[in-house]
Ligand binder design. Structure first.
Ligand code: SAH
Length: 398
């Protein structure tokens, strides 16, 4: 039987929760003397004992659980999950109907009312990501609910809850048809190879869809493009299809070479005409400066935090440095596409990093476009702090 525990919300946090904030943190509730298993249902009450909301207990780096409902009578059962998933699917009507895009997010955690759970769609295959043992304890009900709401061709899952929120290695196949990977999905007519059973990542980050489209449609024609932290080269594919004169993709991971070749190949692009470098981006910058290389467009999409033998890089601390290094090899009137998915700072803060870098480099600039999460990555109403993606297109004005 699932545990049900009544917990008091500290008076200073009551208002935030009643106003719709979905996340519970250790500081929000009085937990002294209560031991709870992950997946415990929490009946949240105010200091007078009056009902506020129902949550589940689940440990993530973001917090210790998520609000599920603010209706006292609502039970957390299969019916509840059917309702939530149906609402999410209905919101993605236009995505299901669009023929030139066959990969998108169906359920975006807290934005769709259940933090710690995401569901992605790839050519009728579904991939469910679980971010805590707490939410994973509802697995059976959630899978049944998903199968009731949509036609699942095949189901895969990612368990993202080992000690530090990392992926747990396993066979990710769950049920239905087994995928014949790579699966070729479409995104605004571009092809991307994905594999739902090859470690933590699938080959494509769906939240950058609009950025790839903008790069292809408005910034690539006749331009040389440097794609740093390129992973499988998804931005490079967009650039070539947009008419780039040549792309250079740089990533440290050895797997990035065959994966990038694959992405080019499925689009009919001659990969030998494109440059793919398996190396540290910072070493590449030094190499490019030494050889006087300049690019019309430079894409910067670093991980929030990276550590190599020689150095550590944190976007929260080092983004201005990264921009200054990129500036040295950007053409005089070139474009830098600066991206980060670090949730610990917002767009306003990110722009101060951009301003700092350009001021220190004595260079004028103009912001041409800004992007955050696309519509399928729903963000809770009134809480923009969950909109982690920040992408700025910057024109260098020399
Ligand atoms: N831009 C990619 C996603 C980047 S994910 C896309 O749109 O698909 C971050 C990538 O950065 C990973 O592939 C990782 O291998 C790479 N990486 C991390 N530190 C690096 C470094 N110092 N130099 C080069 N690549 C690095």
């Amino acid at each position: 039987m699932r545990q049900l525990v009544e917990v008091k919300v500290k008076s200073k946090s009551v208002k935030k929760i009643t106003s719709g904030y979905p996340l519970l943190s250790k500081e929000t509730i009085e937990t002294s003397g209560v031991t709870m298993e992950e997946g415990t249902i929490l009946r949240l009450v105010d200091t007078n004992g009056s009902y506020i909301a129902t949550a589940y207990y689940g440990l993530q780096n973001k917090g210790i659980g998520w609000i599920l409902t603010r209706k006292e009578q609502e039970k957390i059962d299969k019916k509840f999950f059917v309702k939530k998933i149906s609402e999410a699917v209905a919101k993605r009507d236009s995505f299901y109907e669009t023929e030139d895009t066959t990969a998108f997010r169906v359920f975006n955690g807290e934005g769709d009312g259940i933090g710690g759970l995401t569901i992605d769609f790839f050519n009728d295959f579904y991939m469910v990501s679980w971010y805590s043992e707490g939410i994973y304890s509802f697995r059976e009900d959630i899978y049944q609910a998903l199968n009731e709401v949509v036609n699942v061709r095949g189901l895969y899952e990612k368990l993202r809850f080992n000690n530090n929120g990392q992926y747990l290695e396993q066979d990710d196949y769950v049920s239905g048809e087994k995928g014949d990977f790579p699966l070729i999905v479409l995104e605004n007519g571009m092809k991307y190879a994905v594999d739902l059973n090859d470690g933590a990542m699938t080959g494509i980050f769906l939240d950058q869809r609009k950025v790839r489209k903008a790069l292809r449609d408005h910034y690539s024609e006749g331009k040389s493009v440097l794609n740093t932290f390129s992973y499988t080269g998804a931005f490079s594919v967009a650039a070539v299809l947009g008419g780039s004169t040549g792309t250079t993709s740089v990533d440290l991971a050895k797997r990035s070479l065959p994966k990038t070749i694959e992405q080019f190949a499925v689009n009919g692009i001659d990969y030998e005409a494109q440059d793919i470098k398996v190396m540290n981006v910072f070493d590449y910058f030094r190499y490019a400066v030494r050889h006087n290389l300049k690019f019309d467009v430079v894409v910067l999409d670093p991980p929030s935090f990276a550590r190599t033998k020689k150095m550590t890089f944190s976007t929260a601390k080092d983004y201005p440095k990264l921009l200054k290094a990129a500036l040295q090899i950007t053409s005089d009137d070139g474009i830098i596409i600066a991206s980060t998915n670090n949730a610990s700072f917002n767009m306003k803060k990110f722009k101060t990093f951009i301003d700092k870098a350009f001021t220190e480099a004595n260079t004028h600039y103009q912001i041409l476009e800004e992007h955050q999460l696309p519509e399928d990555f729903t963000v809770p109403h009134n809480f923009p702090e969950f909109n982690y993606l920040k992408v700025v297109f910057i024109k260098v004005m020399n």
